[in-house]
Design a binder for this molecule. Structure first.
Ligand code: 5RP
Length: 264
């Protein structure tokens, strides 16, 4: 791999081969969703517990301190909103000139396999990879599932991840699933990170699934709502960071969470 590509990847995937990405991009289709009304305030206390921040150029320019050294993964696909006709109808929203101007470590593009816009969004991904490869910028594919729960099953996730990797994504974001998650990871020739999805009932559930996913080969997370929609976001982030980078078990993570939570 060329120096630039490898250097940028090593800014977001740490020397232990693991990563904790903090997505605050949700406003690009959800608007000012709960606890992300002011993304700059949401992210500030969480920065010590993440390896990279995933956001749009609008939030980057208006809410993130440019003198902060935290690597940025820029979301560069979007278009439809949660109240529009179809969330899958995404286009590329950010030019390669902007990506370079903003000096980001990587970019993220969603694909919607199985939707009416499957081909369009896979082309978005491939086109963005073509442009980014020229400049050594890694692309993370975000495999989106929409509201259909059957799409959170291993066969479907494996299909989406493999297609994203075949297009040339350097990292693929997908969802953890209880059954056969190892098959999802094994079928994907590039590293897999897990999203959190809508808020779980308990923090322990999050520690459990992230731990399980790591044992099955995922390299980390791109996990937002289960952190910053918790009443104790810093405690969840610290505990998850320990699961990812210090091999903490779910029980140890829960202890870290409880200790930190009680300090509040
Ligand atoms: C939204 C995204 C998010 O970055 C991704 O889903 C992770 O966030 P969460 O853990 O809240 O699901 O791409 O489209």
């Amino acid at each position: 791999m060329d120096y630039g590509m490898q250097n940028r990847l090593s800014r977001v995937i740490k020397k232990d081969g693991r990563c904790m990405f903090m997505p605050i991009d949700h406003g690009y289709f959800l608007g000012p969703t709960s606890n992300l009304e002011k993304p700059g305030e949401t992210i500030k206390p969480l920065l010590p517990y993440c390896d990279a921040v995933f956001c749009t150029r609008g939030v980057l320019r208006s809410c993130i301190d440019p003198t902060d050294e935290k690597p940025i993964i820029l979301r560069v696909s979007g278009g439809p909103s949660v109240v529009g006709e179809d969330l899958a109808n995404e286009t590329i929203t950010t030019s390669i000139q902007e990506i370079i101007r903003l000096n980001v470590a990587a970019v993220g593009v969603s694909i919607f396999v199985g939707s009416d816009y499957e081909s369009q969004t896979i082309s978005n991904l491939a086109d963005m990879i073509n442009e980014c490869e020229d400049f050594g910028i890694p692309v993370m594919a975000v495999t989106a599932v929409g509201k259909e729960t059957e799409k959170r099953e291993a066969r479907f996730l494996a299909l989406s991840c493999r297609i994203a990797a075949e297009m040339g994504a350097k990292v693929v974001k997908t969802y953890w699933c209880a059954k056969d998650f190892d098959k999802v990871v094994e079928g994907c020739p590039v590293p897999v990170v897990m999203a959190g999805g809508p808020k779980c009932e308990t923090e322990r559930e999050v520690f459990d699934f992230v731990y399980d996913g790591l044992q099955k080969g995922a390299i980390g997370v791109n996990l937002g709502r289960n952190i910053w929609q918790s009443p104790y976001p810093v405690a969840v982030a610290k505990a998850l960071y320990a699961v990812i980078h210090e091999n903490a078990t779910p029980k140890q993570a829960e202890d870290i969470f409880n200790e930190m939570k009680n300090k509040k």
